[in-house]
Design a protein around this ligand. Structure first.
Ligand code: RIB
Length: 297
C-alpha cells in the first residue's frame, strides 16, 4: 500500500538559458543548455518521496534513451516505477524550457504521456484504490483524469488535482475532488468567476490558490486565509508548483490540517526555487526543518 499514487506525466526537460526570450522570427545565442528530468507527475512524485512518503508513479514512457534515464531517476529518488508502462513507437514526453529574465516558458510535447488510457487505469486499479491519496495533473489525457477522479470518489480514495496545464473541467468532476490547487489564472478558467472570496468559502478546505509572490490562499469557511510567500534567492522557478503539490500531499497523508499542510508545502516550494532544474531544489525533511529553524517560520 502506498501513501501516494501519482498518475501523470514523465518528461525530459530540455532547458535553454538565455538573457532574454526570442521574439517571433528571431534567433538568439543562449548561455547554457541542460537535459534534466521533469514532467509534472514525476516532479510531484519525487517531491513527496524526498519528504519520506511511500510513492508509486503511474504513467507511460517510450522505449527510448529518455525513457531509461527518466525511470532510473525516479528509482534513485525512491519512487516505485514498477507500474510504469513502456510503449512502442512513441517517444517519451519532452518539455522545451526557456529560462530567461527570471522566469520560464515551457512547451510540452506529451508523446508517451498521452498513451495513458482507461485500460491502463483498470489494469492498475488495485494499487490506485489502496493508496491513501491519488495525485493528478493535466499532462495526461483529460478523460483519463476524469475517469480516475470518478473511480476514487466512488471508492472513498482521496484525490488532489493540480490543474496544470489548464483545461476546462466539468463542475461535476471538480466537486468529486478532495483538493484542487490552481494558480490564479487556472482558478479563473476552472471556476469561471472573479468572485474569489465567495468561491473560496464555498470550496472551504479544498480549493487552494497559489499566487506566486502573493502567497497561497484558501478558506476555512469563515474567512479567507493568506499564507504569505517566503523570500529566497531565486535560481529557477521551474517545478516550484510541483514541489508544493508533492509536499502538500505528503503532509495531508501524515494527518496534518489543510493550513499546516499549506504552510509546509509553501516552505518546500520556496526552497525548491533556490536550485536549478524542476527537481534540483526539491528539499528533504531535514532541509525543511533547517529552514524552519533558521528563518523562524
Ligand atoms: O511544472 C514543471 C514541469 O512542467 C516541467 O518539469 C516540464 O516537464 C513540464 O511538465
Amino acid at each position: 500500500m502506498y501513501d501516494i499514487v501519482v498518475i501523470g506525466s514523465i518528461n525530459a526537460d530540455l532547458v535553454f538559458k538565455a538573457d532574454k526570450r526570442p521574439n517571433p522570427g528571431e534567433t538568439l545565442l543562449g548561455n547554457d543548455f541542460k537535459t534534466v528530468p521533469g514532467g509534472k507527475g514525476a516532479n510531484q512524485a519525487i517531491a513527496a518521496a524526498r519528504l519520506g512518503s511511500k510513492v508509486a508513479m503511474l504513467g507511460c514512457l517510450g522505449k527510448d534513451q529518455n525513457g531509461v534515464f527518466l525511470e532510473e531517476n525516479l528509482k534513485i529518488n525512491n519512487v516505485d516505477t514498477k507500474y510504469i508502462k513502456k510503449v512502442n513507437d512513441v517517444p517519451s514526453g519532452v518539455a522545451g524550457i526557456v529560462l530567461a529574465e527570471g522566469d520560464n516558458s515551457i512547451i510540452v510535447v506529451p508523446g508517451a504521456n498521452y498513451q495513458v488510457d482507461k485500460e491502463y487505469i483498470d489494469k492498475n486499479i488495485d494499487v490506485i484504490l489502496e493508496s491513501k491519496i491519488v495525485l493528478l495533473q493535466l499532462e495526461i489525457p483529460i478523460d483519463v483524469v476524469e475517469y480516475v477522479i470518478d473511480l476514487c470518489s466512488k471508492n472513498n480514495v482521496k484525490t488532489i488535482l493540480n490543474p496544470a496545464p489548464i483545461q476546462k473541467l466539468k463542475r461535476s468532476i471538480l466537486d468529486k475532488l478532495d483538493f484542487v490547487t490552481p494558480n490564479e489564472h487556472e482558478f479563473e478558467i476552472l471556476y469561471g468567476s472573479n468572485n474569489e472570496e465567495k468561491i473560496l468559502k464555498e470550496q472551504k478546505n479544498k480549493l487552494i490558490i497559489t499566487k506566486g509572490s502573493k502567497g497561497v490562499v484558501f478558506s476555512d469557511g469563515d474567512e479567507v486565509i493568506n499564507i504569505p510567500s517566503l523570500e529566497v534567492e531565486v535560481v529557477d522557478t521551474t517545478g516550484a508548483g510541483d514541489t508544493f503539490n508533492g509536499a502538500f500531499a505528503q503532509s495531508i497523508v501524515k494527518g496534518k490540517t489543510v493550513e499546516e499542510s499549506i504552510k509546509f508545502a509553501n516552505i518546500a516550494g520556496a526552497i525548491s526555487v533556490t536550485k536549478f532544474g524542476a527537481q534540483g531544489g526539491m528539499p528533504t525533511l531535514k532541509e525543511i526543518n533547517e529552514f524552519i529553524k533558521k528563518r523562524k517560520v
